[in-house]
Write a protein that binds this ligand. Sequence first.
Ligand SMILES: NC(=O)c1ccc[n+]([C@@H]2O[C@H](COP(=O)([O-])OP(=O)(O)OC[C@H]3O[C@@H](n4cnc5c(N)ncnc54)[C@H](O)[C@@H]3O)[C@@H](O)[C@H]2O)c1
Ligand SMILES: [Zn+2]
Ligand SMILES: [Zn+2]
Length: 380
Amino acid sequence: MASTAGKVIKCRAAVSWEAGKPLVMEEVEVAPPQAMEVRLKILYTSLCHTDVYFWEAKGQTPVFPRIFGHEAGGIVESVGEGVTELAPGDHVLPIFTGECRDCAHCKSEESNMCDLLRINTDRGVMIHDGKSRFSIKGKPIYHFLGTSTFSEYTVVHVGCVAKINPLAPLDKVCVVSCGISTGFGATVNVAKPPKGSTVAIFGLGAVGLAAAEGARASGASRIIGVDVNPKRFEAAKNFGCTEFVNPMDYDKPPQEVIAEMTNGGVDRSVECTGNINAMISAFECVHDGWGVAVLVGVPHKEAEFKTHPMNFLNERTLKGTFFGNYKPRSDIPSVVEKYMNKELELEKFITHSVPFSEINKAFDLMLKGEGLRCIIRMEG
Ligand SMILES: NC(=O)c1ccc[n+]([C@@H]2O[C@H](COP(=O)([O-])OP(=O)(O)OC[C@H]3O[C@@H](n4cnc5c(N)ncnc54)[C@H](O)[C@@H]3O)[C@@H](O)[C@H]2O)c1
Ligand SMILES: [Zn+2]
Ligand SMILES: [Zn+2]
């Protein structure tokens, strides 16, 4: 056990005090892990659009002050009571949705929606005692997605931690902890495009490009990338996209443009934007008779999906998924192995890197739609 085990750790964290305001580097106190919890030393974290939505808190429940961050890699510092499968020194990825291994969902081969630990964007405390493990001068700072990785140390439920190969470089595989697994899994585990099929990907950020990569790995012959930001198109060619549609270039909806390009619609579509209109287009652009659309983007709280029921009667299928349908503890170690075996390239998703002290730059880049993933180095 580390000499810090059982003690409060004081460390740096980037605290979000108010919606949309730059994060502030603070010294926080991180309490020791309680039953079924582990305390992690975060080494690398990156920014996903889900952090930005809840930081902006437009159309989402505001919970402040809060420590954001959920895509990360680190090392176990100490473990709480009852934790047997993780030990200090283990290399891990914290995951925003968990796997208790006991509930009906965890026992089902089809679901990753654990009853106990499924994603909860509004909860700011630990499940064990309803309290936060972070404080500043005795005042609680709330958690985000049960991970709060914008801190040098964080406390996470053991069911939300994937133990990975210690040889895997954490500055690369940290992106597997959310975006890449989400997009890749949405295609290979949920949309399941047959070989030779045509796939449309809405939103060409890291999640969408990982979805495109999944389509290529599945043997899709045409991959149509759809984005309102044309800066995304050039890079998307490296992820298998063969054609592009910018909805801003047309005065008809993208589903009509795609239907014309594909003789009636694509075989599969994967939506990775969070925009409700893109979700509707992603569904309506699939071919009748067999088309399957998969929603991945996190919508506005009040968003409503509106489409004519005839679209379903005409044998189109609509699905959605969190975390690419992967079970975090059981499946994620093997996604990391795919990288180790050179079956999955991660470097091309990583376009920027900043020291922790400059974390607000990562937010600026995402807001400007520049780059894909920005790695935040905790030692800096
Ligand atoms: N379901 C899950 O488990 C899960 C996990 C991670 C992220 N997400 C969500 O996935 C989405 C993508 O995340 P990201 O980190 O890649 O974000 P990103 O901002 O890097 O990429 C989103 C892309 O969508 C494009 N876009 C926005 N509106 C559009 C529209 N109407 N039509 C076409 N393109 C449009 C943007 O220009 C951008 O390029 C977000 O909504 C995020 O919250 C979901
Ligand atoms: Zn994410
Ligand atoms: Zn469970």
